[in-house]
Each structure stands twice: as C-alpha cells, then as structure tokens.
Design a protein around this ligand. Structure first.
Ligand SMILES: Nc1ncnc2c1ncn2[C@@H]1O[C@H](COP(=O)(O)OP(=O)(O)O)[C@@H](O)[C@H]1O
Ligand SMILES: [Mg+2]
Length: 219
C-alpha cells in the first residue's frame, strides 16, 4: 500500500500545484511509482502534465468530485508508491475528502498575513477531520515563495508557531525557475531545482511522510 500525500490550503496561489509538480517529477525521477490526483476544477496540474510536462513519467488523473476522489486515491495507492493530491485554493468538500484519506498533509504557506491565516484555518480543519475520524492526520506547514531570513518570513513563522502549528524546516524558496517550469514543462531535476527537491524529499522521508524505499515498483 502506497502513501497518500495531500497538499492543501484554502489560500489560492499559495504554491500547492508548484509543490505537487516539483515533488511528483522528482519522486518519479528517483524511481517511485507516482500518481498525482488533480482535485482542482481548474485542472492546472493535469493540463500541465498532459500538454507540457517532459520529465520522468508519472500518472496524473483529474478528479474533483468529493466521493470519487477517495476511491481514486485508495485505488492508486494500492497500485503505486506515492499518491499526491493537489487540491483547490478554497475550502470545499473535495479538499476535505483529500485531507481525510491522506497519510500525510502538507499545508503550503507564503510569507504574508492572509496565507498565514488560511494555513491556520486549514490546520484546524485537518485537526477536526482527524478528530471526527478518530485517527491522527499528521501534517506540516511548509513555507513557499520563501526568502530565508526575511522579516515577513520571521513574522509568518512566529504566527504559525504561536498557534502551535508544526512547520517543516525546509521551505520552498522564491525562484523564478519554478514559474518558468509551468510553461516549459521541463522541471529540472538537477541543478538548483534538483537540490531543492532533494532537500524537500529528504525531510519528508526523515519525518515519515513518504516511504524511504519504493514499495510498489520493483526496487
Ligand atoms: N517557490 C516559488 N517561486 C516562484 N514562484 C512560485 C513558487 N511557487 C509558486 N510560484 C508561482 O506562484 C503562482 C501560484 O502558484 P501555484 O502553485 O499555482 O499555487 P496554488 O496551486 O496554491 O494556487 C504560479 O504562477 C507559480 O508559478
Ligand atoms: Mg493549484
């Protein structure tokens, strides 16, 4: 049984799809059997995957219905190593389903006050869904479009920590290469973006959010 990793925050433009792209391309490159479920009706990710993406192959399906997304995630996890679910930038039932079915949830947060508020709101939602299901729904907030050491980044971290939210050490830096990748489809897995992805995957593995070894494919 593979791992289901959901990326969720009710803030639009927080870097959910970018994070999903970066993770999926790099995990596929490492040999994991990856499926991305695009649960956003905007279909940014599935469109990119179908029309632009050129890297190591991974499966991608669009499913934004709240019941079907659960079946799809479980079926894909049965067959592969990692299922990444990219959700829409507003609180909706499909995002709640994607959170409820997850083994781990990442909550992207840009360094600004409204992203911080939405990250906190999403964290509370995750906690209450876990309570309702009577199981732990582990999650971490992850900084995105981040400039390490910046004043607003420090204020964002202080606000998240004051609310008791767990935050990843690693934050996705603000890099125009990420923006460019959404056009070219060539998401570099070497060079600067590759180094960033290695650090991200390294921490996710360390905290048990993703398996250290491939389980579904021939290892
Ligand atoms: N780390 C980053 N550095 C630079 N630009 C980024 C970064 N993350 C996201 N972006 C850009 O910000 C915009 C919104 O990101 P996106 O991933 O689509 O957010 P969401 O899926 O949460 O709505 C996109 O144009 C994307 O290319
Ligand atoms: Mg998106």
């Amino acid at each position: 049984m593979g791992t289901i990793l959901t990326i969720a925050t009710s803030k639009g433009g927080a870097g959910k799809s970018t994070l999903a792209q970066c993770l999926s391309a790099n995990l596929a490159q490492l040999g994991y059997a990856v499926t991305v479920i695009d649960a956003d009706a905007n279909a940014t990710l599935s469109d990119w995957h179908a029309n632009v993406y050129e890297g190591a192959p991974f499966r991608c399906l669009a499913e934004c219905r709240e019941v079907e997304v659960i079946d799809a995630a479980q079926a894909e996890a049965e067959a592969g190593d990692i299922v990444v679910i990219d959700t829409a930038g507003f609180a909706n039932l499909t995002a709640a389903s994607a959170i409820s079915v997850a083994d781990f949830i990442l909550v992207p947060c840009m360094p600004d006050r409204s992203s911080t508020r939405e990250a906190i709101r999403t964290a509370r939602k995750i906690e209450s869904l876990g309570k309702a299901a009577r199981r732990a729904l582990p999650y971490r907030v992850i900084g995105t479009q981040w400039r390490t050491g910046g004043l607003v980044e420090s204020a964002t971290l202080d606000a998240l920590k004051a609310e008791g939210l767990p935050v990843m050490r690693y934050a996705l830096p603000h890099l125009s290469a990420f923006r460019k990748a959404s056009f070219t489809g060539n998401l570099p897995v070497s060079g600067r973006l590759g180094v960033e992805a290695d650090r991200l995957i390294g921490e996710l593995t360390e905290i048990g959010a993703i398996p250290a070894a491939r389980v579904g494919s021939a290892a």
